[in-house]
Design a protein around this ligand. Structure first.
Ligand code: AHR
Length: 512
């Protein structure tokens, strides 16, 4: 044995300098299962569905008379796909749309269309959709152009058992009150939500927080209220809302502060969704990991007013925002979804997991056909995007406990853009099983991970890996499985696991 080890050591010493360079040196990961961290709230896997482009109409709602298979007007294929993601919550109806939405026009037998909005998908249809996919409802009220009374009545309609507007809901076909898990108190009020100064917003938000009630006595958790938060790096909303919260009276409260973060590679969004090369791959990923700094900046302000972290940072819009797909209506925010988006998704989810003590909810923008979508539809056709596959692979991380991993990520540089070469997170699920997600950012070289598994009794590791022929590979209706996960396994011996993964890939493994 000793001889063999020495021979191996000599061989390695001789061979390594020739065969290995920094770009493909193995990465040493050390996992310490005896030091579990915070629970990764499953709500960070939330999604956002806005009345925008074909996000709702065509993407989710086709109407009861459609030839596209549907349940009460909601696409069956989309529901089946989303159920598999165990979507914890859906934010609706916007976005900027929320601050112009009149809920009254979207209930009852006589719908009243607005300009560009048929209102055939309204409150009862949204609640039906959320129920069909098994998600909680996150409803954002109109604080920009609506009144506190209108918002209060909307919540009375949704949540009151039978009294008042609850009777109207019953007449409209739903006698049971709905559960609304999250109330959004406006959207981007510093811009499309009313261009309000931070102090003006705080005064409005307090009234809405006070007057909008959840009347559902059976909802198994108190409704969380999410206030509008910062515009990018600007601390003014974070400061004003958190300062007011720390001095709050009995009459109002919030449980969350919103942060929106889009990876664009520069504003306005201009990077192509397809047909790009390594440079734009790196530019978008570099921009996407600014999310970490953004969370740190605003968490530090929140810590000043809320050291016990009672108020969550809710990243209720995030993802990549690219130039519109050529030939599409620019206002519809339609974009293809490539392996690059899969990388954005994995890196973003990893960042949330590392900030699990403060980030307890997030909503990728958006669910279907808009921005970094899970699903694309075209009439009766539907496809799953690379981003969908990452969310599916990460399901075991929902409500798992973060387990610290130490590693030197190294660097990958191209065209003057430097990124970490790899990323990784680990967590322990409720059954005690350890899960590891490794991301190889380098699109040219595979990466080998040597993982030391202190305190883990395991013999094998198995899971799925997502890679693609090229960084701009996408799934199309003609070729829907160009980017699809493949089964992968690794041996575990003497408390160590070794796995080599493809360039530009995401891999999730469970240890057994
Ligand atoms: O997700 C698209 C838009 O981006 C939302 O309506 C708005 O809140 C944000 O600016």
């Amino acid at each position: 044995m000793r001889l063999l080890s020495s021979a191996a050591a000599i061989a390695a010493a001789l061979i390594l300098p020739v065969a290995t360079h920094a770009a493909d040196a193995p990465v040493q990961l050390t996992l310490d299962a005896s030091k579990p961290g915070t629970v990764i709230d499953r709500n960070i896997f939330g999604q956002f569905a806005e009345h925008l482009g074909s996000g709702i109409y065509g993407g989710i709602w086709v109407g009861r008379d459609s030839t596209i298979p549907n349940t009460r007007g909601i696409r069956k294929d989309v529901v089946v796909a989303l159920k598999a993601l165990k979507v914890p919550n859906v934010r609706w109806p916007g976005g900027c749309f929320a601050d112009q939405y009149n809920w009254r026009r979207g209930v009852g037998p006589e719908r009243k269309p607005a300009v560009g909005e048929p209102n055939t998908f309204g409150t009862d249809e949204f609640m039906d959709f959320a129920h069909q996919i098994g998600a909680d409802a996150f409803v954002s009220v109109n604080l920009g152009s609506g009144t506190a009374m209108e918002a209060a009545e909307w919540f009375e309609y949704m949540t009151s058992p039978t009294e008042g507007l609850g009777a109207e809901r019953a007449k409209n076909g739903h006698p049971e009150p709905y559960k609304v898990a999250v109330l959004g108190l406006g959207n981007e009020s510093w811009d499309c939500g009313g261009s309000m100064s931070a102090d003006f917003y705080v005064n409005e938000m307090k009234r809405f927080s006070h007057f909008v009630h959840n009347f559902n006595p059976t909802a198994n958790q108190p409704m969380k209220r999410v206030a509008v938060g910062p515009n990018g790096d600007d601390p003014s909303y974070t400061e004003a809302v958190m300062k007011a919260w720390s001095a709050r009276s009995f009459s109002w409260n919030i449980e969350g502060l919103s942060l929106h973060f889009y990876a664009t590679g520069g504003w306005p969004p201009h990077l192509s969704d397809t047909g790009f090369g390594e440079k734009d791959y790196a530019v978008l990923l570099k921009d996407s990991i600014r999310l970490d700094g953004m969370i740190k900046t605003h968490s530090a302000i929140m810590d000043k007013y809320d050291p016990e972290k009672k108020v969550a940072l809710v990243v209720d819009e995030w993802g990549s925002w690219l130039a519109p797909t050529p030939g599409s209506n620019p206002g519809a925010l339609a974009q293809q979804n490539s392996q690059r988006d899969a990388m954005v998704a994995a890196l973003g989810l990893n960042i949330f997991a590392r900030h699990a003590d403060r980030v307890r909810m997030a909503n990728i923008a958006q669910m279907v056909n808009v921005l970094q979508a899970m699903i694309l539809t075209d009439k009766d056709k539907m496809l799953l995007t690379p981003t969908y596959h990452v969310f599916h692979m990460y399901v075991p991380f929902q409500d798992a406990t973060f387990v610290p991993l130490t590693f030197d990520a190294g660097t990958y540089t191209t065209n003057g853009v430097t990124l970490p070469r790899v990323d990784a997170i680990a967590a322990k699920d409720k059954a005690g099983k350890i899960w590891i997600a490794v991301t190889n950012i380098d699109p040219k070289s595979p990466a080998t991970f040597h993982v030391s598994l202190a305190g883990v009794k395991a013999k094998t590791a198995s899971g799925q890996t997502l890679s693609a022929p090229k960084v701009d590979s996408v799934n199309t209706f003609a070729a829907p499985n160009t980017v699809a996960p493949k089964a992968v396994s690794a041996k575990v011996a003497d408390g160590k696991m070794t796995i080599t993964v493809a360039p530009a890939s995401v891999t999730v493994l469970g240890l057994e």
